[in-house]
Design a protein around this ligand. Structure first.
Ligand SMILES: CC(C)(COP(=O)(O)OP(=O)(O)OC[C@H]1O[C@@H](n2cnc3c(N)ncnc32)[C@H](O)[C@@H]1OP(=O)(O)O)[C@@H](O)C(=O)NCCC(=O)NCCS
Length: 207
């Protein structure tokens, strides 16, 4: 089906966008345990993503109304290390009882990028993309993912992965439409089937 996409404005996220990104994440992405750690934890994570050279984020909309975001990391292990070293204690304090409840899932998530049963997947990863429900189906998701792909290319990354729950047809359609192909079925958490998608990138574009 050919759809008419409205013009979508996408810009780099700033620290002021972090609470909105946290809210869009919590509202839109029920899979995974991150939303259960609370808005303060998610806001801190997105602030770190915006500060570290290992990651980036873009938002769709304007300064008054951000309607979606995408976050990516060219080196996810380095991002997690930087988050743990610089934000670990305050982040843990902001979500302490919830982290204790979710500890096995926290560990599964931190471990999964280096799991030996997942060989050959690129380091670079789209971490999250979400659009406010009332703006779905207007091309925001695709514009955000295309912008993230261009940013990875600018950073010299040669391939990008993204992991989506197997029962999330909107995410699957979005990633396939943006040139990602199904690569690998995996379980980051034992009870949830996920699919890793991979897309080659043209290195050095826009550098
Ligand atoms: C996934 C999500 C970001 C898509 O955003 P969106 O702005 O509605 O997507 P777009 O309008 O840009 O559509 C992109 C493509 O996906 C397709 N698509 C979007 N939603 C779809 C759905 N529910 N079912 C089937 N296809 C869908 C569109 O038809 C379009 O394909 P095309 O480019 O070939 O025409 C949005 O549904 C969302 O925020 N979901 C909750 C958060 C989430 O699950 N994020 C992914 C996991 S991190």
């Amino acid at each position: 089906m050919t759809r008419e996409h409205t013009t979508v404005a996408v810009r780099p996220a700033t620290a002021a966008d972090a609470p909105t990104m946290a809210r869009l994440h919590a509202d839109g992405i029920s899979e995974g345990f991150l939303p259960s750690l609370g808005p303060a934890f998610l806001t801190r994570l997105y602030r770190r993503i915006l500060r570290t050279p290992h990651a980036f984020a873009f938002v769709a909309g304007d300064a008054d109304a951000v309607v979606g975001f995408v976050a990516g990391a060219n080196d996810i292990a380095a991002l997690y290390r930087s988050f743990l070293i610089r934000d670990g204690v305050p982040a843990a304090m902001s979500a302490a009882p919830r982290i204790v409840r979710s500890l096995p899932r926290v560990i599964e998530t931190l471990r999964y990028p280096s799991r030996p049963d997942l060989p050959g997947l690129p380091d670079a990863e789209i971490l999250a993309v979400a659009v406010a429900r009332q703006f779905h189906g207007q091309g925001h998701g695709r514009a955000l993912v295309d912008t993230a792909v261009r940013e990875f290319e600018r950073r010299g990354v040669s391939a990008i992965k993204v992991v989506a729950a197997a029962d999330n047809p909107a995410a699957q359609a979005l990633y396939r439409s943006a040139g990602f192909v199904d690569e690998h079925e995996l379980r980051v958490h034992a009870e949830v089937a996920s699919i890793a998608y991979v897309r080659p990138a043209r290195t050095g574009v826009g550098a």
